[in-house]
Each structure stands twice: as structure tokens, then as C-alpha cells.
Design a protein around this ligand. Structure first.
Ligand SMILES: [Fe+2]
Length: 200
């Protein structure tokens, strides 16, 4: 997304923030990570404190101050409903806005230990991110997210010489183990194109 937007965020700082933003989750009690019932006040506080661990670690290295800010703000939301400070759209740095969208998208498309969300098909996750545009997520960065999805799944991808893999029930073609690449299937691309046309 940062590349797509012309790199307004220092790529090195963003990369460090990506690696560090959820390091605090590793220090949470495993019972919280796997809990299905509603959180108690104390558990919610613990969960909401997870960005502070990354901030604490990065705070020891002044060079990574911008990355630290991104980590600190990655659960802030444009409408002020996020945490830990309840910042508004103007106050949240671009790196944190990118992280917020990407983390939320990842939570929707991957199985997660703490299961705050159940796994969705790729296209549904794209639509859900768009439904939160201007509320949870910045309108500008949701637009960049859409452009990035188009670029990653569209006609610009390089010709692939690897053997074709049939799409799964979601229309998604999963790359063979070890290939390190994900390729959208034809059905998936058609569905995505329709969804993005509706959003345009
Ligand atoms: Fe997080």
C-alpha cells in the first residue's frame, strides 16, 4: 500500500512497525488468546495494552521513533473509537493507518488464535474493509488499499510458468507449498472485479 501511494511513509520505519506491532500479543496469557466468551474488563485492558510492548522495545532505539508511533497507533480508528488514546483521523500517522487496515484485513482472511473474527473469503474481507471507510479507516487509505488489491490481483501480474492449481471453494487459487506465491483464480478475479466496480 505504501508503494502504491508513492511511499509517503519511510519504508524502513514501516517495515519495522510491521514486524513489531503485535509483539505484545506474545506476552498475553494464552487463555485470553483462545477465549471465546466475552472479555472481562481486566482481560480487555490487557488485550488493549499489547501495542505498548512494541513501543517499549522500540523506545530504547531513538532511530525507530516513527516506527514506534505507528505501533502505538495501529489500533486507533478514524472515528476516534480506537485505542489506546482514541485519536481522530487527523492525529493518526499514515503508517498506523496502513497497519490498521492490513491487520484488520489479515484478521478477516486468516484463522487467528484469539478468534476475534472468523475467517472470511477474500472478497468479503475487501468489502468489509470498504464498509468501514471513513469510519474505522481513513477514506484515502481504503482507496489505496483497493488500488493495491487491483494491482496485486489484476492484469498487471507477471506471467506465471508454474503449473496451474485449481481454485478452492472460495475461488482462490492457493500456491503449491514452498512456491511462496499466491495467485488468484479466474473465478476469484471475476468476483473481485465485480465487487470493485460496485465500489467505484
Ligand atoms: Fe494489534
Amino acid at each position: 500500500m505504501n508503494d502504491q501511494a508513492g511511499c509517503p511513509v519511510d519504508p524502513a520505519q514501516l517495515a519495522v512497525a510491521v514486524f513489531m506491532h503485535d509483539i505484545g500479543m506474545a506476552f498475553l496469557p494464552v487463555e485470553i488468546l483462545h477465549k471465546r466468551d466475552p472479555y472481562t474488563e481486566e482481560e480487555r485492558w490487557l488485550l488493549h495494552s499489547h501495542p505498548l510492548v512494541g513501543v517499549e522495545l522500540l523506545g530504547r532505539m531513538p532511530r525507530w521513533r516513527p516506527a514506534s508511533d505507528m505501533v502505538f497507533q495501529h489500533h486507533e480508528r478514524s472515528d476516534g473509537s480506537g485505542y489506546p488514546q482514541g485519536l481522530g483521523d487527523e492525529e493518526i500517522c499514515d503508517g498506523a493507518k496502513i497497519l490498521g487496515i492490513v491487520e484488520s484485513f489479515d484478521a478477516r482472511t486468516q484463522e487467528r488464535a484469539h478468534r476475534t473474527l472468523t475467517k472470511r473469503p477474500f472478497i468479503r474481507a475487501v468489502l468489509e474493509i470498504n464498509n468501514c471507510s471513513g469510519q474505522l479507516f481513513s477514506e484515502r487509505w481504503v482507496q489505496v488499499f483497493n488500488d493495491t488489491v487491483r494491482t496485486c490481483t489484476g492484469r498487471k501480474r507477471k506471467p506465471c510458468t508454474e503449473p496451474a492449481t485449481p481454485p478452492n471453494s472460495d475461488g482462490v487459487t492457493v500456491a503449491p507449498p514452498g512456491s511462496g506465491r499466491w495467485r488468484p483464480g479466474r473465478l476469484f478475479r471475476l468476483q473481485l472485479a465485480k465487487a470493485l466496480v460496485q465500489l467505484a
